[in-house]
Design a protein around this ligand. Structure first.
Ligand code: 5AD
Ligand code: SF4
Length: 439
């Protein structure tokens, strides 16, 4: 490799991956690497990959293929994340110009792997740590988002839902000590951040290895760190969703009034086949706790349509659940068969066209639900955190505490800085966003 150590990294997939990349970037910088903006400028090219659905995975191989000619110029390639863990050494067969393949459970060993890469080794792997008890922490995390900072509180997943690759790619569930989480929260506040997002595949499965705090207690403690104005957390699993989370949100005003609680299906039969370990009634009981809170808490969810064996009647039950809960946001996906998962052995007999039709029907129904939900904000004033400014249109974009996008104008003439707060009166509403004026 050339003498100056430069790297380019591209991240695919979820927020966990985005934040893993922030930690990887910090680790590389600590090893003397400088981050650059394109593959052409870099001598180390890294892709932090996602394999949650088939399309995400294909993207990575396309990207590798697009840039493989750069290998001849002495550039080196590394594949990180879920595709790396899932495909392992097979990546060296499919893309022989790749020198490093590492899953997220092995990132602690990155400094060591980088030294081997620099000494000219070609087939370096970090794939054997899925049973590790350790989490990946570094004091050098690069914070790339100007207004929101992330803290991973729990890694991996032990739930083994029938369709999901995560337990195989991210390894065993392991929580980080609450004292270390709080110390990072204080450090982030000292840097000037006011919003923290706690991350985990199942944040609310958190078990403090020091035995000091439950998830709800940790959440409340982060919300009480001086300087912090907004705390978000994602993703919650219905199975581990306890009432004290709602009580914490009621008691601590800095905890955002939004909960993302993936349901996946409204049919008891499908949920059982998915191995979700709850029934629609169990899920709806948790929703009733949330709706009974003193604060109005916004709800969002994930849904899979076309899971093997999902009948038209099962699908109607999902549609009915949407109408009952009245979510503010839904992420819906067509079922995608994934390697190693138990669902792979079930017959995926629902034709693609039928999966697409169900997805569209669901999205259409949800749009109408959101149209009504969002219209309730008309004429109200919300506190908005500024995320970006479009100077050409004089439009400022931000989010409410409930996580709703708000686009607004300001008559003061000065564009507010990302991360600042602004009270906005809502003058128009859409199914996916609110429009207003700064007051
Ligand atoms: N097919 C389709 N959607 C999936 N998800 C996870 N695995 C699959 C799959 N094999 C969805 C779930 C999960 C979200 C992150 O991605 O809804 O909550
Ligand atoms: Fe995947 Fe289920 Fe774990 Fe979520 S809880 S990461 S869907 S296995």
């Amino acid at each position: 490799m050339a003498t100056e150590k430069t790297f380019y990294i591209e991240t695919f997939g979820c927020q966990m991956n985005a934040h893993d990349s922030e930690k990887v970037i910090g680790t590389l910088q600590q090893q003397g690497y400088r981050q650059v903006e394109s593959e052409e400028e870099a001598n180390l090219i890294l892709y932090n990959t996602c394999s949650i659905r088939d399309k995400a995975e294909q993207k990575v191989f396309h990207r590798l293929n697009d840039y493989k000619a750069l290998y001849k110029q002495g550039k080196r390639f590394g594949v990180l994340g879920c595709v790396a863990q899932q495909e392992g050494e097979k990546i060296f067969e499919r893309a022989p110009f790749v020198s490093l393949v590492s899953g997220s459970a092995s990132y602690r060993k990155l400094p060591e792997m980088l030294v081997r890469l620099e000494s000219g080794e070609t087939r370096i792997t970090g794939l054997d740590d899925r049973q590790t008890e350790e989490t990946f922490e570094t004091d050098f995390t690069a914070r790339l988002n100007p207004y929101r900072s992330y803290i991973t509180i729990i890694e991996g997943c032990d739930k083994f839902c029938a369709y999901c690759v995560v337990p195989y790619t991210r390894g065993k569930e392991r929580s980080r000590g609450s004292a270390s989480v709080l110390e990072e929260a204080r450090r982030i506040a000292d840097m000037g951040y006011t919003e923290i997002q706690l991350l985990g595949q199942n944040v609310n499965s958190y078990r403090d290895p020091e035995g000091n705090r439950s998830f709800a207690e940790l959440l409340a403690a982060v919300g009480q760190v001086p300087g912090i104005r907004r705390v978000r957390f994602t993703t919650s699993h219905p199975r581990d969703f306890t009432r004290d989370i709602v009580e914490a949100i009621d008691a601590v005003p800095t905890l955002c009034d939004h909960i993302h609680l993936p349901v996946q299906s409204g049919s008891a039969k499908v949920l059982k086949q998915m191995a979700r370990e709850y029934t629609p009634e169990w899920y709806l009981e948790r929703i009733s706790w949330i709706k009974a809170a003193r604060r109005q808490i916004s709800l969002s969810t994930d849904i899979i349509v076309g899971f093997p064996g999902e009948t038209p009647d099962d699908f109607i039950q999902t549609m009915n659940l949407l109408a009952e809960v009245e979510y503010d946001c839904v992420f819906a996906f067509k079922y995608s068969p994934r390697p190693n998962t138990p669902a792979l052995t079930m017959i995926d007999s629902i034709p693609e066209i039928e999966k697409s039709a169900r997805l569209q029907a669901l999205l259409d129904r949800q749009r109408e639900i959101q149209r009504v939900n969002y219209a309730k904000h008309l004429g109200k004033t919300l506190e908005v955190m500024v995320e970006g400014v479009n100077p050409a249109r004089g439009q400022i974009a931000g989010r409410s505490s409930q996580n709703k996008p708000v686009n607004f104008t300001s008559s003061h003439g000065i564009a507010p800085a990302p991360g600042s707060y602004q009270n906005v009166r809502i003058t128009a509403t859409h199914p996916n966003s609110l429009v207003g004026e700064a007051v």
